[in-house]
Ligand binder design. Structure first.
Ligand SMILES: [Mg+2]
Length: 406
């Protein structure tokens, strides 16, 4: 008997970081500042620079620098007090763009986040197109420039977005990892302080590549217990998960289409099928969802997501379906009006987003009991005959909206 080690599927992580965020917002809101050196921060006696745009950086100004020093370096710069409320409002819009792609968003600051797209097979096949569409959307809808790093882990993704700045889009693949890392200076190691990098340099180890080639026991003599962690970073290894704030993960179903969907009834059928699938999986885990989301992606890889609370948590296909179809109809009609033609979709998905333990009170309400017993029958049939055997019947009325007969 042979044992095969479990294959760990490769992850797809984006690190998205807005370029010179605060300063760029000033340029966005005050067009007369565009292209001029802009420095945002505390303007008082002991103030510190919190952001400098690229024209200001050419004078040597950078964040965390004392403001009086910045004024020496760049006397003709535009110095502005920060407007945190405005930055926060724009940050929220940017994070909405992130969450349209995935609920697995770990914010690091107002303008920086990790996105875990591992569960999106279409994104795995087309990571650059997805990143490009995200950058376009942030630019077109909000007016800000983001840099994106794409990689199998957080450390590499962050390095990749940094290296591409400004307006960057850099992907580090598993195959290209070593070539990307080897020339980098040890100062780019994450969470490694100045004392340690100085020690490495004194030992002649100034790049990731030189560090990678030192056997670990030898490195331990130099760095002690952190040797293995630092060596792993130099090799681009990093297992840390993207830590989104939601406690439970969502349960979702999605489908990429070989031929774009371009009819609302087809989309509604698809959402109906996905609602049944997601509801069955919820029931299988004794969960209900308080919120249903749909995810739609157009052929140019723009992804949007719409979410709505249910009146009460549910694990019934029909209830999930109704909300998803209502959201889809609203989006479809608005989009049809905007484009003056039917939209096209390369992907559709449905997700249960706020999961709670099932209350076990099914049957207390008339309607709910009826829906629940139908679902229970479907579950039984599925477990007997396998998935995809049984579905609720779909009746299309004259208006082209779908409704279900039970
Ligand atoms: Mg930034």
């Amino acid at each position: 008997m042979s044992t095969t080690p479990a294959r760990i599927p490769q992850r797809l992580i984006f690190h998205v970081d807005l370029d010179a965020f605060y300063a760029s917002v000033e340029e966005l809101d005050f067009p007369e500042l565009r292209g001029e050196p802009v420095i945002v921060g505390g303007l008082g006696g002991r103030g510190v620079v919190s952001a400098a745009n690229y024209p200001a950086r050419r004078f040597g100004v950078h964040s965390a620098m004392p403001m009086h020093r910045a004024r020496q370096l760049c006397p003709r710069g535009h110095y502005r007090n920060g407007r945190m409320e405005r930055y926060r409002a724009l940050s929220q819009q940017v994070f909405d763009c992130f969450r349209a792609l995935t609920p697995d968003v770990e914010g690091l600051s107002l303008d920086e986040a990790f996105l875990d797209l591992s569960a999106d097979p279409d994104a795995r096949d087309n990571p650059e197109a997805i990143a490009r569409a995200l950058k376009d959307r942030i630019r077109e809808q909000i007016g800000l420039i983001a840099s994106v790093g794409i990689a199998p882990n957080k450390f590499l993704a962050k390095l990749a977005s940094d290296i591409g700045k400004p307006d960057g889009l850099v992907q580090v693949s598993e195959a290209g990892r070593q070539a990307f890392l080897d020339p980098l200076p040890v100062e780019r190691l994450w969470g490694v302080g100045e004392t340690t990098t100085q020690r490495l340099r004194r030992a002649g180890l100034s790049t990731f590549g030189s560090l990678r080639r030192v056997p670990e026991p030898q490195l331990r003599g130099l760095l002690g217990r952190s040797a293995s962690r630092i060596k792993a970073l130099a090799e681009g290894k990093d297992d840390r998960p993207v830590e989104a704030h939601h406690v439970t993960r969502s349960i979702s179903a999605e489908q990429t289409y070989g031929r774009d969907l371009n009819q609302l009834p087809r989309l509604q059928e698809e959402l109906s099928r996905m609602a049944e699938e997601v509801a069955a999986r919820l029931r299988g885990k004794s969960l209900e969802t308080a919120s249903v989301a749909i995810k739609l992606r157009t052929p140019d890889f723009h992804t949007m997501s719409r979410q709505r609370k249910l009146n009460r948590p549910s694990a019934q296909g029909a209830e999930l379906r109704d909300v998803a179809q209502a959201l889809a109809t609203e989006w479809w009609q608005a989009e049809t009006a905007r484009l003056n033609r039917s939209p096209r979709l390369r992907l559709a998905g449905l997700a249960a987003r706020e999961l709670v333990a099932a209350t076990g009170q099914l049957g207390l309400f008339g309607n709910q009991a009826r829906g629940a017993s139908t679902d229970a029958l479907l579950d039984q049939a599925r477990s007997r005959f396998g998935d995809g055997v049984l579905q609720r019947g779909i009746r299309r009325d004259k208006l082209g909206t779908d409704s279900t007969q039970e």
